[in-house]
Design a protein around this ligand. Sequence first.
Ligand code: BES
Ligand code: ZN
Ligand code: ZN
Length: 518
Amino acid sequence: METKLLIQDAAASQTPMLAVFAVDIAVGKDAEPLPALLTTSDAVTNAAAKVLATGEFKATLGETLLLHAPGGLKAERLLVVGLGKAETLSVDEVRKGAGAAVRAAKPLGVREVAIAFPEDHALSDEHLETLPCTLLSRALVEGAELAESDWDTYRSERKDRSVRALSVITNESEKSTRAEIQGGFDTGLIVAAAQNFTRTLVNEPGNVLTPTELGRRAAAMCAEVGIKCEVHSTAKLDELKMGAFAAVAQGSNEPPALIVMTYEPQLKKGETAAEGAPVLGLVGKGITFDTGGISIKGADGMEKMKYDMAGAGAMIGAMRAIAQLKPKVKVIGVVCSAENMPDGKAFKPGDVVTAMSGKTIEVVNTDAEGRLVLADGLHYAKTLGCTHLIDAATLTGACVVALGTLNVGLFSNDEATWQKFTDAAKISGEKFWRLPCTDDYKEQIKSQIADMRNTGANRWGGAISAAMFLKEFVGDTPWVHLDIAGCAWNDESKPWIANGPSGVAVRSILEWARSYSA
Ligand code: BES
Ligand code: ZN
Ligand code: ZN
Protein backbone atom coordinates (compact mmCIF):
# COMPACT_ATOMS: atom_id res chain seq x y z
CA MET A 1 0.00 0.00 0.00
CA GLU A 2 1.20 3.47 -0.76
CA THR A 3 0.93 5.42 2.46
CA LYS A 4 1.20 9.07 3.33
CA LEU A 5 0.50 11.41 6.15
CA LEU A 6 -1.45 14.54 5.16
CA ILE A 7 -1.84 17.65 7.21
CA GLN A 8 -5.27 19.04 6.39
CA ASP A 9 -8.85 19.27 7.60
CA ALA A 10 -10.60 15.95 7.06
CA ALA A 11 -13.46 17.79 5.34
CA ALA A 12 -11.07 18.92 2.61
CA SER A 13 -9.82 15.42 1.85
CA GLN A 14 -10.57 14.52 -1.76
CA THR A 15 -10.76 10.79 -1.39
CA PRO A 16 -13.02 7.94 -2.50
CA MET A 17 -13.48 7.06 1.17
CA LEU A 18 -12.85 9.03 4.32
CA ALA A 19 -12.92 6.91 7.47
CA VAL A 20 -13.54 8.51 10.83
CA PHE A 21 -13.55 6.78 14.21
CA ALA A 22 -16.43 6.84 16.67
CA VAL A 23 -16.62 5.83 20.33
CA ASP A 24 -19.59 5.17 22.55
CA ILE A 25 -19.55 7.84 25.24
CA ALA A 26 -22.59 6.58 27.15
CA VAL A 27 -21.76 6.02 30.81
CA GLY A 28 -23.27 3.17 32.83
CA LYS A 29 -24.06 -0.43 32.00
CA ASP A 30 -27.65 -0.01 30.88
CA ALA A 31 -27.34 3.33 29.10
CA GLU A 32 -28.26 3.46 25.40
CA PRO A 33 -25.14 3.75 23.18
CA LEU A 34 -24.17 7.33 22.41
CA PRO A 35 -21.72 7.47 19.51
CA ALA A 36 -19.35 10.40 19.23
CA LEU A 37 -16.87 11.00 16.41
CA LEU A 38 -13.16 11.36 17.17
CA THR A 39 -12.65 14.39 14.97
CA THR A 40 -12.22 18.09 15.46
CA SER A 41 -13.73 18.78 12.05
CA ASP A 42 -17.21 20.29 12.46
CA ALA A 43 -18.02 19.52 8.85
CA VAL A 44 -17.37 15.79 9.41
CA THR A 45 -19.41 15.83 12.62
CA ASN A 46 -22.29 17.55 10.82
CA ALA A 47 -22.18 15.15 7.89
CA ALA A 48 -22.79 12.20 10.20
CA ALA A 49 -25.07 13.88 12.71
CA LYS A 50 -28.38 12.83 11.21
CA VAL A 51 -27.64 9.15 10.84
CA LEU A 52 -25.98 8.96 14.26
CA ALA A 53 -29.10 10.48 15.81
CA THR A 54 -31.16 7.51 14.53
CA GLY A 55 -29.38 5.20 16.98
CA GLU A 56 -28.77 2.67 14.19
CA PHE A 57 -25.04 2.83 14.70
CA LYS A 58 -23.81 1.81 18.15
CA ALA A 59 -20.05 2.37 17.71
CA THR A 60 -19.17 -1.17 18.78
CA LEU A 61 -15.65 -2.26 17.90
CA GLY A 62 -15.33 -2.93 14.17
CA GLU A 63 -18.88 -1.81 13.35
CA THR A 64 -19.00 0.36 10.22
CA LEU A 65 -21.52 2.73 8.68
CA LEU A 66 -21.20 4.01 5.13
CA LEU A 67 -22.55 7.31 3.80
CA HIS A 68 -22.36 8.26 0.13
CA ALA A 69 -21.87 11.85 -1.01
CA PRO A 70 -21.64 13.20 2.53
CA GLY A 71 -22.82 16.81 2.65
CA GLY A 72 -20.14 19.43 3.16
CA LEU A 73 -17.23 17.04 2.60
CA LYS A 74 -14.93 16.63 -0.40
CA ALA A 75 -14.84 12.86 0.12
CA GLU A 76 -17.02 10.61 -2.07
CA ARG A 77 -17.89 8.42 0.91
CA LEU A 78 -17.77 8.78 4.66
CA LEU A 79 -17.16 5.60 6.65
CA VAL A 80 -17.83 5.79 10.37
CA VAL A 81 -15.89 3.10 12.24
CA GLY A 82 -16.80 2.04 15.78
CA LEU A 83 -14.07 1.63 18.40
CA GLY A 84 -16.28 0.56 21.30
CA LYS A 85 -16.66 2.27 24.68
CA ALA A 86 -14.81 5.56 25.15
CA GLU A 87 -13.80 4.66 28.69
CA THR A 88 -12.01 1.47 27.62
CA LEU A 89 -10.47 2.89 24.45
CA SER A 90 -6.85 1.84 23.99
CA VAL A 91 -4.35 1.91 21.17
CA ASP A 92 -5.40 -1.61 20.28
CA GLU A 93 -8.92 -0.51 19.33
CA VAL A 94 -7.43 2.07 16.99
CA ARG A 95 -5.35 -0.68 15.35
CA LYS A 96 -8.47 -2.76 14.86
CA GLY A 97 -10.58 0.21 13.78
CA ALA A 98 -8.09 1.13 11.06
CA GLY A 99 -8.19 -2.49 9.95
CA ALA A 100 -11.99 -2.45 9.85
CA ALA A 101 -11.88 0.65 7.62
CA VAL A 102 -9.59 -1.03 5.10
CA ARG A 103 -11.57 -4.26 5.16
CA ALA A 104 -14.81 -2.36 4.61
CA ALA A 105 -13.30 -0.71 1.53
CA LYS A 106 -12.04 -3.92 -0.09
CA PRO A 107 -15.30 -5.62 -1.14
CA LEU A 108 -16.53 -2.29 -2.54
CA GLY A 109 -13.52 -2.09 -4.84
CA VAL A 110 -12.51 1.19 -3.21
CA ARG A 111 -8.78 1.54 -3.89
CA GLU A 112 -7.90 4.52 -1.77
CA VAL A 113 -8.78 5.17 1.83
CA ALA A 114 -8.12 8.21 3.97
CA ILE A 115 -8.33 7.74 7.72
CA ALA A 116 -8.83 10.73 9.99
CA PHE A 117 -6.30 10.57 12.82
CA PRO A 118 -8.30 10.31 16.07
CA GLU A 119 -8.48 13.80 17.51
CA ASP A 120 -11.02 14.87 19.92
CA HIS A 121 -13.13 16.21 22.68
CA ALA A 122 -15.10 13.01 23.32
CA LEU A 123 -12.29 11.72 25.54
CA SER A 124 -11.06 13.20 28.78
CA ASP A 125 -7.54 14.66 28.86
CA GLU A 126 -6.65 12.05 31.41
CA HIS A 127 -7.64 9.29 29.03
CA LEU A 128 -5.86 10.93 26.11
CA GLU A 129 -2.62 10.88 28.08
CA THR A 130 -2.72 7.09 28.01
CA LEU A 131 -2.89 7.24 24.23
CA PRO A 132 0.31 8.95 23.06
CA CYS A 133 0.03 10.03 19.45
CA THR A 134 3.19 8.14 18.42
CA LEU A 135 1.57 4.89 19.48
CA LEU A 136 -1.78 5.88 18.01
CA SER A 137 -0.38 6.61 14.56
CA ARG A 138 1.76 3.51 14.70
CA ALA A 139 -1.22 1.32 15.58
CA LEU A 140 -3.35 2.96 12.93
CA VAL A 141 -0.85 2.20 10.18
CA GLU A 142 -0.25 -1.33 11.51
CA GLY A 143 -3.97 -2.09 11.57
CA ALA A 144 -4.50 -0.80 8.05
CA GLU A 145 -1.53 -2.71 6.61
CA LEU A 146 -2.44 -5.96 8.37
CA ALA A 147 -6.02 -5.67 7.14
CA GLU A 148 -4.93 -5.29 3.54
CA SER A 149 -3.71 -8.89 3.31
CA ASP A 150 -5.95 -11.63 2.00
CA TRP A 151 -4.69 -15.15 1.59
CA ASP A 152 -5.99 -15.94 -1.86
CA THR A 153 -2.73 -16.04 -3.81
CA TYR A 154 -3.30 -19.66 -4.80
CA ARG A 155 -6.74 -18.97 -6.30
CA SER A 156 -6.60 -18.84 -10.09
CA GLU A 157 -9.65 -16.61 -10.38
CA ARG A 158 -8.91 -14.13 -7.70
CA LYS A 159 -10.32 -10.65 -7.93
CA ASP A 160 -7.95 -7.88 -7.13
CA ARG A 161 -9.53 -6.16 -4.17
CA SER A 162 -6.47 -4.42 -2.87
CA VAL A 163 -6.56 -1.04 -1.26
CA ARG A 164 -3.61 0.61 -2.95
CA ALA A 165 -3.30 3.88 -1.11
CA LEU A 166 -3.78 4.94 2.45
CA SER A 167 -3.57 8.46 3.71
CA VAL A 168 -3.76 9.45 7.31
CA ILE A 169 -5.25 12.89 7.78
CA THR A 170 -4.47 15.12 10.69
CA ASN A 171 -5.27 18.71 11.40
CA GLU A 172 -2.64 18.91 14.09
CA SER A 173 -1.05 22.36 14.17
CA GLU A 174 1.71 21.66 16.72
CA LYS A 175 4.95 20.87 14.87
CA SER A 176 6.34 18.55 17.55
CA THR A 177 3.10 16.56 17.69
CA ARG A 178 3.15 16.23 13.92
CA ALA A 179 6.68 14.86 14.15
CA GLU A 180 5.54 12.33 16.74
CA ILE A 181 2.69 11.24 14.51
CA GLN A 182 5.10 10.90 11.58
CA GLY A 183 7.52 8.87 13.74
CA GLY A 184 4.83 6.43 14.80
CA PHE A 185 3.66 6.22 11.23
CA ASP A 186 7.14 5.26 9.98
CA THR A 187 7.59 2.65 12.73
CA GLY A 188 4.14 1.21 12.04
CA LEU A 189 5.00 0.65 8.39
CA ILE A 190 8.11 -1.35 9.29
CA VAL A 191 6.37 -3.38 11.99
CA ALA A 192 3.38 -4.23 9.81
CA ALA A 193 5.58 -5.18 6.86
CA ALA A 194 7.48 -7.56 9.14
CA GLN A 195 4.30 -9.10 10.50
CA ASN A 196 2.88 -9.48 6.99
CA PHE A 197 6.15 -11.10 5.92
CA THR A 198 5.67 -13.65 8.69
CA ARG A 199 2.05 -14.20 7.72
CA THR A 200 3.06 -14.88 4.11
CA LEU A 201 5.55 -17.52 5.27
CA VAL A 202 3.03 -19.18 7.58
CA ASN A 203 0.40 -19.24 4.85
CA GLU A 204 2.58 -21.21 2.47
CA PRO A 205 1.71 -24.87 2.00
CA GLY A 206 4.18 -27.53 3.07
CA ASN A 207 5.02 -28.56 -0.49
CA VAL A 208 6.14 -25.02 -1.26
CA LEU A 209 7.71 -24.01 2.02
CA THR A 210 10.15 -26.82 2.78
CA PRO A 211 12.94 -26.22 5.31
CA THR A 212 15.26 -25.43 2.40
CA GLU A 213 12.81 -22.89 1.00
CA LEU A 214 12.36 -21.33 4.44
CA GLY A 215 16.13 -20.94 4.55
CA ARG A 216 16.12 -19.31 1.11
CA ARG A 217 13.41 -16.85 2.08
CA ALA A 218 15.14 -15.96 5.33
CA ALA A 219 18.43 -15.45 3.48
CA ALA A 220 16.77 -13.27 0.84
CA MET A 221 15.09 -11.18 3.52
CA CYS A 222 18.36 -10.77 5.43
CA ALA A 223 20.17 -9.70 2.26
CA GLU A 224 17.45 -7.14 1.63
CA VAL A 225 17.70 -5.56 5.07
CA GLY A 226 21.48 -5.97 5.30
CA ILE A 227 22.02 -8.52 8.06
CA LYS A 228 24.09 -11.70 8.11
CA CYS A 229 22.35 -15.01 7.49
CA GLU A 230 23.76 -18.52 7.40
CA VAL A 231 21.72 -21.54 6.37
CA HIS A 232 23.09 -24.94 7.33
CA SER A 233 21.80 -28.46 6.85
CA THR A 234 22.43 -32.08 7.89
CA ALA A 235 26.24 -31.92 7.87
CA LYS A 236 26.28 -28.98 10.28
CA LEU A 237 23.71 -30.63 12.56
CA ASP A 238 26.00 -33.66 12.72
CA GLU A 239 29.07 -31.52 13.30
CA LEU A 240 27.35 -29.69 16.16
CA LYS A 241 26.03 -33.02 17.51
CA MET A 242 22.45 -31.79 17.39
CA GLY A 243 21.07 -35.28 17.94
CA ALA A 244 17.57 -34.15 18.93
CA PHE A 245 17.05 -31.85 15.94
CA ALA A 246 18.59 -34.39 13.54
CA ALA A 247 16.34 -37.18 14.85
CA VAL A 248 13.22 -35.21 13.93
CA ALA A 249 14.57 -34.45 10.46
CA GLN A 250 15.74 -37.97 9.57
CA GLY A 251 12.36 -39.32 8.44
CA SER A 252 11.94 -36.79 5.66
CA ASN A 253 13.40 -36.57 2.17
CA GLU A 254 13.57 -32.83 2.73
CA PRO A 255 16.83 -31.86 4.39
CA PRO A 256 16.59 -29.77 7.58
CA ALA A 257 17.64 -26.13 7.76
CA LEU A 258 19.42 -24.47 10.64
CA ILE A 259 19.02 -20.77 9.97
CA VAL A 260 21.18 -18.27 11.85
CA MET A 261 20.46 -14.56 11.38
CA THR A 262 22.70 -12.04 13.09
CA TYR A 263 21.94 -8.39 13.71
CA GLU A 264 24.82 -6.30 15.06
CA PRO A 265 24.07 -2.77 16.17
CA GLN A 266 26.16 -0.17 14.39
CA LEU A 267 28.77 1.41 16.56
CA LYS A 268 29.76 5.02 16.22
CA LYS A 269 33.39 5.76 15.29
CA GLY A 270 35.64 4.83 18.19
CA GLU A 271 32.78 3.22 20.11
CA THR A 272 33.25 -0.34 21.34
CA ALA A 273 30.53 -2.77 22.40
CA ALA A 274 29.94 -2.44 26.14
CA GLU A 275 31.36 -5.22 28.24
CA GLY A 276 28.56 -7.47 29.44
CA ALA A 277 26.03 -6.00 27.00
CA PRO A 278 23.09 -8.33 26.48
CA VAL A 279 22.90 -10.53 23.41
CA LEU A 280 19.39 -11.67 22.60
CA GLY A 281 18.64 -15.08 21.15
CA LEU A 282 15.40 -15.54 19.20
CA VAL A 283 14.75 -19.25 18.68
CA GLY A 284 11.91 -20.48 16.48
CA LYS A 285 10.29 -23.86 15.87
CA GLY A 286 10.22 -24.34 12.11
CA ILE A 287 8.44 -27.61 11.41
CA THR A 288 7.25 -26.99 7.85
CA PHE A 289 4.85 -29.91 8.17
CA ASP A 290 4.07 -32.01 11.22
CA THR A 291 2.53 -35.39 10.42
CA GLY A 292 3.38 -36.53 13.94
CA GLY A 293 5.97 -38.92 12.50
CA ILE A 294 5.63 -42.57 13.52
CA SER A 295 3.25 -41.41 16.29
CA ILE A 296 1.16 -40.21 13.38
CA LYS A 297 -1.63 -37.70 13.83
CA GLY A 298 -5.23 -38.37 12.78
CA ALA A 299 -6.29 -37.18 9.34
CA ASP A 300 -8.76 -34.67 10.77
CA GLY A 301 -7.24 -31.23 10.53
CA MET A 302 -3.76 -32.52 9.72
CA GLU A 303 -3.57 -30.10 6.79
CA LYS A 304 -3.27 -27.30 9.29
CA MET A 305 0.10 -28.60 10.44
CA LYS A 306 1.69 -26.55 7.66
CA TYR A 307 1.62 -23.73 10.18
CA ASP A 308 3.85 -25.62 12.58
CA MET A 309 6.63 -23.27 11.48
CA ALA A 310 4.85 -20.16 12.79
CA GLY A 311 7.38 -19.74 15.62
CA ALA A 312 10.18 -19.69 13.06
CA GLY A 313 8.13 -17.31 10.94
CA ALA A 314 7.70 -14.98 13.91
CA MET A 315 11.45 -14.89 14.56
CA ILE A 316 12.29 -14.26 10.90
CA GLY A 317 9.73 -11.44 10.79
CA ALA A 318 11.01 -9.96 14.04
CA MET A 319 14.59 -10.01 12.71
CA ARG A 320 13.39 -8.11 9.63
CA ALA A 321 11.91 -5.32 11.73
CA ILE A 322 14.90 -5.29 14.10
CA ALA A 323 17.25 -4.85 11.15
CA GLN A 324 15.21 -1.85 10.01
CA LEU A 325 14.53 -0.22 13.38
CA LYS A 326 18.13 -0.72 14.50
CA PRO A 327 17.99 -1.03 18.29
CA LYS A 328 21.38 -0.84 20.04
CA VAL A 329 21.51 -4.47 21.04
CA LYS A 330 22.90 -7.55 19.35
CA VAL A 331 20.23 -10.05 18.32
CA ILE A 332 20.73 -13.55 16.95
CA GLY A 333 17.83 -15.41 15.35
CA VAL A 334 18.09 -19.22 15.32
CA VAL A 335 15.53 -21.22 13.39
CA CYS A 336 15.39 -25.02 13.53
CA SER A 337 13.46 -26.20 10.53
CA ALA A 338 12.54 -29.74 9.55
CA GLU A 339 9.66 -31.79 8.24
CA ASN A 340 8.30 -34.41 10.67
CA MET A 341 7.51 -37.50 8.60
CA PRO A 342 6.98 -41.23 9.14
CA ASP A 343 9.39 -43.29 7.06
CA GLY A 344 11.71 -46.28 7.12
CA LYS A 345 14.40 -43.93 8.33
CA ALA A 346 12.24 -42.01 10.78
CA PHE A 347 12.99 -41.86 14.50
CA LYS A 348 10.75 -44.04 16.62
CA PRO A 349 9.08 -44.06 20.03
CA GLY A 350 11.55 -45.60 22.43
CA ASP A 351 14.61 -44.20 20.66
CA VAL A 352 17.12 -42.45 22.85
CA VAL A 353 18.83 -39.42 21.32
CA THR A 354 21.61 -37.21 22.59
CA ALA A 355 21.04 -33.47 22.35
CA MET A 356 23.80 -30.97 21.56
CA SER A 357 24.04 -30.14 25.27
CA GLY A 358 24.98 -33.77 25.95
CA LYS A 359 21.70 -34.60 27.67
CA THR A 360 19.96 -37.79 26.63
CA ILE A 361 16.29 -37.93 25.70
CA GLU A 362 13.95 -40.88 25.55
CA VAL A 363 11.56 -40.26 22.66
CA VAL A 364 8.17 -41.43 23.87
CA ASN A 365 6.13 -39.76 21.18
CA THR A 366 7.52 -38.56 17.85
CA ASP A 367 4.71 -36.01 17.65
CA ALA A 368 6.37 -34.09 20.48
CA GLU A 369 9.03 -33.02 17.97
CA GLY A 370 8.98 -29.27 18.48
CA ARG A 371 10.65 -29.44 21.87
CA LEU A 372 13.37 -31.67 20.37
CA VAL A 373 14.38 -29.22 17.67
CA LEU A 374 14.16 -26.32 20.14
CA ALA A 375 16.32 -28.15 22.70
CA ASP A 376 19.20 -27.96 20.25
CA GLY A 377 18.27 -24.49 19.01
CA LEU A 378 18.22 -23.03 22.52
CA HIS A 379 21.49 -24.66 23.50
CA TYR A 380 23.13 -23.57 20.27
CA ALA A 381 21.99 -19.96 20.84
CA LYS A 382 23.74 -20.06 24.20
CA THR A 383 26.97 -21.25 22.59
CA LEU A 384 26.72 -18.27 20.21
CA GLY A 385 26.86 -16.00 23.24
CA CYS A 386 23.20 -15.23 23.83
CA THR A 387 22.61 -13.92 27.35
CA HIS A 388 18.80 -13.78 27.08
CA LEU A 389 16.63 -16.23 25.21
CA ILE A 390 13.14 -16.16 23.81
CA ASP A 391 11.50 -18.92 21.83
CA ALA A 392 8.24 -19.10 19.93
CA ALA A 393 6.63 -22.36 18.93
CA THR A 394 3.32 -23.93 17.96
CA LEU A 395 4.28 -26.40 20.64
CA THR A 396 1.26 -28.07 22.20
CA GLY A 397 -2.41 -28.78 21.64
CA ALA A 398 -2.65 -28.67 25.43
CA CYS A 399 -1.92 -24.94 25.35
CA VAL A 400 -4.83 -24.45 22.96
CA VAL A 401 -7.07 -26.41 25.35
CA ALA A 402 -5.90 -24.30 28.29
CA LEU A 403 -5.99 -20.80 26.79
CA GLY A 404 -8.01 -21.03 23.60
CA THR A 405 -7.13 -18.81 20.69
CA LEU A 406 -6.84 -15.37 22.29
CA ASN A 407 -3.89 -15.63 24.66
CA VAL A 408 -0.48 -17.02 23.87
CA GLY A 409 0.92 -19.28 26.60
CA LEU A 410 3.94 -17.65 28.24
CA PHE A 411 6.53 -19.33 30.45
CA SER A 412 9.63 -17.83 31.99
CA ASN A 413 12.40 -18.74 34.40
CA ASP A 414 13.25 -15.13 35.24
CA GLU A 415 11.05 -12.42 36.76
CA ALA A 416 12.92 -9.43 35.28
CA THR A 417 12.86 -10.87 31.78
CA TRP A 418 9.21 -11.78 32.12
CA GLN A 419 8.48 -8.21 33.25
CA LYS A 420 10.33 -6.75 30.30
CA PHE A 421 8.37 -8.95 27.94
CA THR A 422 5.09 -8.06 29.61
CA ASP A 423 5.87 -4.35 29.21
CA ALA A 424 6.69 -4.95 25.55
CA ALA A 425 3.37 -6.72 25.05
CA LYS A 426 1.56 -3.66 26.43
CA ILE A 427 2.94 -1.67 23.52
CA SER A 428 2.31 -4.37 20.92
CA GLY A 429 -1.28 -5.00 22.00
CA GLU A 430 -0.82 -8.79 21.84
CA LYS A 431 -2.10 -11.01 24.64
CA PHE A 432 -0.06 -13.44 26.70
CA TRP A 433 -0.97 -15.48 29.76
CA ARG A 434 1.72 -16.78 32.07
CA LEU A 435 1.69 -20.43 33.07
CA PRO A 436 4.02 -22.02 35.62
CA CYS A 437 7.22 -23.92 34.93
CA THR A 438 8.53 -24.31 38.48
CA ASP A 439 10.86 -27.20 39.27
CA ASP A 440 8.18 -29.21 41.05
CA TYR A 441 6.79 -30.02 37.59
CA LYS A 442 10.07 -31.68 36.61
CA GLU A 443 8.72 -35.02 37.77
CA GLN A 444 6.55 -35.00 34.62
CA ILE A 445 9.45 -35.53 32.23
CA LYS A 446 11.43 -38.12 34.22
CA SER A 447 12.59 -41.09 32.17
CA GLN A 448 13.41 -44.63 33.27
CA ILE A 449 16.37 -44.90 30.95
CA ALA A 450 17.53 -41.42 29.90
CA ASP A 451 18.00 -37.94 31.37
CA MET A 452 14.43 -37.07 30.39
CA ARG A 453 11.53 -38.11 28.20
CA ASN A 454 9.97 -35.93 25.53
CA THR A 455 6.38 -36.10 26.82
CA GLY A 456 4.72 -35.78 30.19
CA ALA A 457 3.98 -38.90 32.22
CA ASN A 458 0.28 -38.26 31.57
CA ARG A 459 -1.88 -35.85 29.56
CA TRP A 460 -2.28 -33.29 32.31
CA GLY A 461 -0.58 -29.94 31.99
CA GLY A 462 0.86 -30.82 28.59
CA ALA A 463 1.92 -27.25 27.81
CA ILE A 464 3.82 -27.16 31.10
CA SER A 465 5.58 -30.49 30.50
CA ALA A 466 6.77 -29.12 27.15
CA ALA A 467 8.04 -25.93 28.81
CA MET A 468 9.79 -27.98 31.52
CA PHE A 469 11.53 -29.93 28.78
CA LEU A 470 12.80 -26.73 27.15
CA LYS A 471 13.87 -25.37 30.53
CA GLU A 472 16.35 -28.25 30.78
CA PHE A 473 18.25 -26.72 27.86
CA VAL A 474 18.23 -23.05 28.83
CA GLY A 475 19.70 -23.63 32.28
CA ASP A 476 20.26 -20.37 34.14
CA THR A 477 19.95 -18.16 31.09
CA PRO A 478 16.97 -15.80 31.44
CA TRP A 479 14.34 -17.12 29.07
CA VAL A 480 10.81 -16.60 27.84
CA HIS A 481 8.92 -19.35 26.05
CA LEU A 482 5.87 -18.55 23.94
CA ASP A 483 3.50 -21.39 23.03
CA ILE A 484 1.65 -19.87 20.08
CA ALA A 485 -0.21 -23.03 18.99
CA GLY A 486 -3.64 -21.47 19.62
CA CYS A 487 -2.95 -18.02 18.20
CA ALA A 488 -0.82 -18.50 15.10
CA TRP A 489 -3.76 -19.26 12.82
CA ASN A 490 -7.21 -17.64 12.87
CA ASP A 491 -9.93 -19.96 11.64
CA GLU A 492 -12.40 -17.11 11.48
CA SER A 493 -12.07 -13.67 10.02
CA LYS A 494 -12.73 -10.53 12.07
CA PRO A 495 -13.98 -7.16 10.79
CA TRP A 496 -10.35 -5.95 11.00
CA ILE A 497 -8.41 -8.97 9.75
CA ALA A 498 -8.74 -11.86 7.32
CA ASN A 499 -8.73 -15.41 8.58
CA GLY A 500 -5.54 -17.38 8.16
CA PRO A 501 -2.03 -16.72 9.47
CA SER A 502 -1.96 -14.14 12.26
CA GLY A 503 1.72 -13.28 12.54
CA VAL A 504 1.28 -13.38 16.31
CA ALA A 505 4.25 -12.52 18.53
CA VAL A 506 6.24 -10.62 15.90
CA ARG A 507 5.31 -7.25 17.38
CA SER A 508 5.96 -8.28 20.99
CA ILE A 509 9.28 -9.98 20.29
CA LEU A 510 10.41 -6.94 18.36
CA GLU A 511 9.35 -4.61 21.17
CA TRP A 512 11.06 -6.83 23.74
CA ALA A 513 14.29 -6.65 21.73
CA ARG A 514 13.99 -2.87 21.45
CA SER A 515 13.60 -2.63 25.22
CA TYR A 516 17.23 -3.83 25.59
CA SER A 517 18.52 -1.07 23.31
CA ALA A 518 21.46 0.64 25.05
N1 BES B 1 2.56 -29.08 16.35
C1 BES B 1 1.94 -29.76 17.43
C2 BES B 1 1.15 -28.84 18.36
C3 BES B 1 -0.02 -28.10 17.79
C4 BES B 1 -1.29 -28.52 18.06
C5 BES B 1 0.15 -26.94 17.07
C6 BES B 1 -2.37 -27.82 17.59
C7 BES B 1 -0.92 -26.25 16.59
C8 BES B 1 -2.19 -26.67 16.86
C9 BES B 1 3.00 -30.48 18.27
O1 BES B 1 4.12 -30.88 17.61
C10 BES B 1 2.35 -31.70 18.83
O2 BES B 1 1.89 -32.49 18.07
N2 BES B 1 2.28 -31.79 20.14
C11 BES B 1 1.66 -32.88 20.79
C12 BES B 1 2.49 -33.25 22.00
C13 BES B 1 2.07 -34.53 22.66
C14 BES B 1 2.39 -35.70 21.77
C15 BES B 1 2.81 -34.65 23.96
C16 BES B 1 0.26 -32.46 21.23
O3 BES B 1 0.09 -31.31 21.63
O4 BES B 1 -0.65 -33.25 21.11
ZN1 ZN C 1 3.96 -32.80 16.70
ZN1 ZN D 1 4.64 -29.76 15.90
